[in-house]
Design a protein around this ligand. Structure first.
Ligand SMILES: [Zn+2]
Ligand SMILES: [Zn+2]
Length: 159
């Protein structure tokens, strides 16, 4: 996936990338809310910006999430969309409930998670999350693409 400042942001905010997640990825701005951080992390996965995903983990979680593993996961998936269902935060911590859809090989997957965020050195960081398991959907080449484009999978998100 490639984007420019004037393309629609991959986090599905309906904003342009340049007015949404790009300033965070370029270190020009710091997310004000857990939702902004969460969106910018999803967007970084979609754009294979593994080092951004890494550095926005809470410090205590960085060692167990090396950049290499983040990169391998991001490279193996085609990210489709993010839906934020609920979020709440105070001065020190917060959560975001969301659904992230992506393809892994010929599976359509949904990550349904309630993520916890903490503030470290005045910046929001992702701590961990509770996943609500959702069964993967196996997609055939002639099936309608589960992304909702109305096209057949082989003409849309197929490898
Ligand atoms: Zn965005
Ligand atoms: Zn598709």
């Amino acid at each position: 996936m490639s984007v420019t400042s004037t393309s629609t942001c991959p986090c599905n905010s309906q904003l342009n990338y340049g007015d949404c997640c790009e300033p965070y990825h370029l270190d020009l701005k710091i997310p004000d809310t857990p939702e902004q951080l969460m969106r910018s992390r999803f967007c970084a996965y979609a754009l294979k910006k593994a080092s951004y995903v890494y550095k926005t983990y809470a410090q205590e979680k960085q060692a167990e999430n090396p950049v290499k593993e983040i990169k391998e996961f991001a490279d193996s998936c085609r990210f489709v969309k993010l839906t934020v269902n609920d979020t709440h935060y105070d001065a020190h911590k917060g959560y975001v409930e969301f659904k992230a859809n992506y393809f892994y090989q010929n599976l359509y997957c949904e990550l349904n998670e309630k993520s916890d965020f903490v503030k470290e050195n005045s910046q929001w960081r992702y701590l961990d999350g509770v996943i609500n398991p959702v069964a993967d959907i196996k997609v055939g080449r002639n099936d309608n693409c589960p992304c909702g484009s109305g096209k057949k999978y082989k003409k849309c998100h197929s490898l």
